[in-house]
Ligand binder design. Structure first.
Ligand code: ATP
Ligand code: MG
Ligand code: FE
Length: 335
């Protein structure tokens, strides 16, 4: 079975061909980072227009690289939400047109379910139940998976997502966009205990997260120093910020793994590319005899192979979309 996956929820136009839900034959990613860089963030209207310019080229390239044609495809899976509505619509409209023209089943995929399924691309035979920490640009979730497509949300962020906090701190430090990798790089040269920063909800008996207080603390520190004419060591601040984020993520995940008895824990979303988070999480879980699965970096950030993988499992469960599939900008996970 060959699934064509499409992803256009934010600033990556991506198409992938996946064989039997596990072999990536192609995963073409056209990043719009250079386009949005000078604006310091993603401009929605420009993102939609770029997706329109790119999608046909990216799909053709994905089929060519996979060495197959439209006639070989079994289904089309597309990110239907959440994300930027104009960006999502480009992928959804393309997928609907293609499915109709080629008489193929259509599958609407939740973007975050896609991020989670990147783990099944690295290890197709993972056994349920599983626990997954999702840390992306717009989402922070602790999710228990009891079967394919069976997601139970244990906790979520009450305000900013982890990746969002990284991006905002990067901007305040004048590092640019996307900020996560730049903060991580700078933090390597800094002292993590240099600045005391809050670790919200750490002591609370809940799997929820909150990162806006931490972000504000960093911004306040920078503003106060500026007013007083003092200098702040950017590397120290980046390291202190990262330490606070990772402390909370690791502790909540460790607790959830213990309480749900998960022997295998998954990590998903763009922030899963963070080397320090990976290291700390592996250590904390290994100390209790648990294993961490992390996809390769290219499968952690937005890509269509993960969408094809989640779509494959939805297809196997008989969950196809009707011809009126629509983009849903604020689709909650697990519904
Ligand atoms: P969502 O998936 O929630 O809709 P998104 O698709 O915009 O949001 P992702 O593609 O999952 O986000 O990931 C992008 C995010 O990951 C950005 O916030 C970016 O800063 C962050 N990120 C990427 N690499 C790293 C890193 N090495 N360290 C920390 N954060 C990182
Ligand atoms: Mg992106
Ligand atoms: Fe994403």
């Amino acid at each position: 079975r060959f699934i064509l996956g499409l992803e256009t929820s934010c600033d990556e136009t991506s198409a992938a061909v996946l064989q039997d839900g596990r072999v990536i034959l192609s995963n073409v990613i056209s990043s719009q980072v250079p386009t949005h860089q000078r604006f310091g963030g993603v401009v929605p209207e420009i993102a939609s227009r770029k997706h329109m310019e790119n999608i046909t080229v990216v799909v053709d390239e994905a089929l060519r690289e996979a060495g197959i044609t439209w006639n070989d495809l079994t289904a089309v899976a597309v990110t239907a939400g959440p994300g930027l509505v104009g960006a999502l619509l480009v992928g959804v409209a393309y997928a609907k047109g293609a499915a109709l023209a080629r008489n193929l089943p259509l599958v609407g995929v939740h973007h975050i379910e896609g991020h989670i399924y990147a783990n099944f691309l690295s290890e197709p035979d993972l056994q349920f139940p599983l626990l997954c920490l999702v840390v992306s640009g717009g989402h922070t979730h602790l999710v228990q998976l009891t079967g394919h497509g069976e997601l139970r949300i244990l906790g979520a962020t009450r305000d900013d997502a982890a990746g969002e906090a990284y991006d905002k701190v990067a901007r305040a430090l004048g590092l640019g966009y996307p900020g996560g990798p730049l903060v991580e790089k700078l933090a390597r040269e800094g002292e993590a205990c240099a600045y005391p920063l809050p670790r919200a909800l750490l002591q609370e008996d809940s799997y929820d997260f909150s990162f806006s207080g931490l972000k504000s603390a960093v911004l306040n520190l920078l503003n106060r120093a500026k007013q007083k004419g003092e200098t702040i060591n950017g590397a120290d601040l980046a390291a202190s910020f990262q330490e606070a984020v990772v402390d909370v993520l690791v502790e909540k995940t460790r607790r959830a793994a213990r309480e749900t008895g998960a022997s295998t824990v998954l990590l998903a979303g763009g922030v899963a590319a963070n080397g320090y988070l990976r290291l700390r999480l592996v250590e904390a879980l290994a100390a209790e005899g648990r294993r961490l699965v992390v996809p390769p970096v290219i499968l952690c950030t937005d890509n269509a192979a993960m969408i094809a993988c989640a779509g494959y499992h939805r297809l196997m469960a008989g969950e196809t979309a009707a011809a009126d599939l629509n983009a849903v900008a604020d689709w909650p996970l697990g519904t």
